[in-house]
Ligand binder design. Structure first.
Ligand code: AHR
Length: 616
């Protein structure tokens, strides 16, 4: 490997090179990163054939003790369904309620994680024509372990109109499979609506699950693409993500059924929250909006995107900017990128709709970079764009060879946004070492072509282990645990490349095509020191003795004490991480013993090897 370390041959890698692609898939948002513990808090959940249902709420009590139904009596105009609980038993008389009471419970998303000493904010809306005494309790999964509770005691005149009740409950025990119960032993009719339980402790206080966002923060993302993926399109347009339905007070959001990944979301994590999360991560938001195209239907349209940009960037006095301000964010969000649709290039209305959106956005916000769905790496675009989207899901060997995909294309604009890449299929399992290794080779190729590539993100990002709609994913979690797949760790290892300098390097091999290498110079975000990083991926099954020669490099300027070697390999290509062994496959770092302008490196079969030379 011949490296030219002189700045003259170097080229900058974009500051926004590595980022995140978030999609509401696999319960990544609802029941995932959004810390709301109640599933279907407004009793509105429905599917394509069921307009509303109360699942996963369930009943505590027998047919003779209560009747539970829904009606349209809610005080919230955009989500009229409320739960009606007719309690037939009483504390005395012929039909006596059981001592534990009757009522309803919500198990959350496969169990609520309640932790001892932590506080939980409970909000609910309640109404009754009778005096009430309702127990609000966080319990174990069968109701027996009481972790925290309070009572709502109210006279008729205090409760005859919809009334908001709010409590802070401190947990006296821990259970990752808990539930919320609303029970009573008093006869009467009670309506409930918009029942929420949120941990008090969320990432930067903005409602996100801390452990999951921490995993994102450690990837040091420079951008955050949201909210999908196919989730943006909908199988049918009626189920597409409509940003206007996801902003404003959470109680007033209608929620919607995502019919591509087949589950209901209350849209607690809505357009505002996505923008907020991007800001909290120090990443630039990339908003993908629906452009009138679903998987199975489409219309000629061009509405709503300008309003969405005004919501994000407009002054607090503008129509939509004022809603953002009312939600607590006076200052505009730093929205500089929008994508018109997702994977819609071949659709009948794409170009027509795209041009309408493009022209309108470009004339109102000329600084916003607009991303087309049409791949310009294989043919010239027939429409204007600042970036084009490139998606690839394939085998490990194919993704490795795609490390060369951009090598020979014309060095002209627009640049690529490789916004979804991953190894899928049998090579991938639920996140194998083999997949990660192929991806590492691909990323090296992208770095080498960073003159025509501006942004890169893996997909999908999250999977709730209880609802795997897509394999593999970078981060796996359940109600209380989380781990990164080997692909996650590869991404983490590459983060320093954003904003780094790519140095010229040339590999000379006889016939061994399983090697890819790149060299960067970067200022570490950990210690602020400058390093030369040489990365090599050996995708083949032979050990390679690699001679690295670095021209224009003074070995006396290397500080050995801080220079390191990192290796990612595994004894079995299909090795995976898991809840029990979360770091089985991760890069390992050791101190370098020698460093000079010539390095004799042994690159094991199937490995990523990297040298970080600390520069004085
Ligand atoms: O990442 C999963 C899906 O793959 C995305 O929703 C879509 O854009 C792609 O086809």
């Amino acid at each position: 490997l011949q490296v030219n370390a002189s700045e003259a041959s170097a080229q900058p890698i974009s500051d926004t090179f590595f980022g995140l692609f978030f999609e509401e898939i696999n319960h990544a948002g609802a029941g995932g990163i959004w810390a709301e513990l109640v599933s279907n808090r407004g009793f509105e959940a429905g599917g394509p054939n069921v307009p509303s249902n109360i699942a996963p709420w369930s009943i505590i009590g027998s047919e003779s003790s209560l009747i539970v139904s829904t009606d349209r009596s809610s005080c919230f105009e955009r989500n009229k369904i409320a739960l009606k609980m007719e309690v037939l038993c009483d504390s005395k008389g012929p039909n006596i309620c059981p001592p534990e009471g009757v009522g309803i419970y919500n198990p959350g998303y496969w169990g609520m994680n309640i932790e001892q000493g932590k506080s939980y904010k409970v909000i609910l809306y309640v109404r009754s024509d009778d005096a009430i005494n309702v127990s609000v309790a966080l319990t174990g999964s069968n109701g027996s372990q009481k972790l925290a509770s309070t009572n709502i005691i109210a006279l008729v005149n205090e409760i005859s109109d919809w009334t908001k009740k709010e409590f802070l409950l401190e947990a006296k025990g821990t259970n990752s499979n808990s539930r919320l119960q609303l029970t009573t032993t008093r006869k009467g009719v009670i309506w409930f609506d918009q029942v929420s339980v949120m941990p008090l402790d969320t990432y930067k206080g903005h409602g996100f699950r801390t452990d999951l966002v921490q995993m994102l923060a450690e990837l040091k993302p420079r951008f955050f693409r949201f909210p999908g993926g196919c989730f943006v399109e909908g199988e049918w347009l009626r189920n597409a993500f409509r940003w206007k339905e996801t902003v404003g007070p959470w109680e007033e959001r209608p929620g919607h059924f995502g019919d591509v990944w087949f589950y209901w979301t209350d849209d607690g994590i809505g357009y505002f929250e996505f923008l907020q999360l991007a800001e909290d991560l120090g990443a630039l938001p990339v908003w993908v909006f629906n452009n009138g195209i679903g998987h199975r239907d489409e219309v000629a349209t061009s509405t709503e995107a300008l309003d969405g940009i005004e919501f994000a960037r407009g002054s607090p006095n503008s129509k939509w900017g004022s809603l953002r301000a009312a939600m607590g964010h006076q200052e505009p969000f730093d929205l500089r990128y929008v994508a018109i649709g997702n994977e819609d290039c071949g659709k009948t209305n794409y170009r027509g709709n795209y041009l309408k959106f493009y022209n309108a956005i470009n004339s109102a916000y000329p600084d916003i970079k607009i991303i087309t769905n049409c791949d310009a790496s294989s043919q010239r675009l027939d429409h204007p764009a600042d970036l084009y989207d490139y998606h690839v899901y394939t085998s490990s060997s194919d993704i490795f060879s795609r490390g060369h995909h951009f090598d020979n294309m014309p060095r002209i604009k627009p640049k690529a946004f490789v916004s979804e890449y991953a190894v899928t299929g049998k090579d991938a399992g639920k996140g194998s070492f083999l997949a990660a290794l192929g991806e590492a080779g691909f990323l090296i190729g992208l770095e080498r072509n960073s003159d025509v590539i501006e942004m890169v993100s893996y997909a999908p990002l999250f999977v709730n282990n209880n609802d795997r709609r897509w394999n593999p994913d970078a981060i796996v979690f359940d109600s209380s645990k989380v781990y990164g797949t080997p692909s996650y760790w590869v991404q983490q290892f590459f983060t320093e490349s954003s904003g780094a300098t790519l140095l010229k390097s040339t590999l000379q091999t006889n016939s061994y095509a399983s090697l890819l290498a790149s060299v960067i110079s970067f200022k570490s975000s950990e210690d602020d020191e400058t390093y030369l990083r040489i990365k090599v991926v050996n995708f083949g099954s032979d050990t390679v003795n690699l001679k690295i020669a670095i021209d224009g490099f003074d070995p006396n300027t290397v500080r050995l004490s801080g220079s390191t070697k990192t290796v990612l390999t595994s004894s079995n290509l299909m090795d995976e991480n898991s809840f029990d062994a979360p770091t089985k496959v991760v890069p390992t770092k050791s101190l370098l013993q020698t460093a000079g302008e010539n390095i004799d490196a042994v690159v094991p079969a199937h490995s990523l090897v990297s040298f970080d030379l600390l520069k004085e």
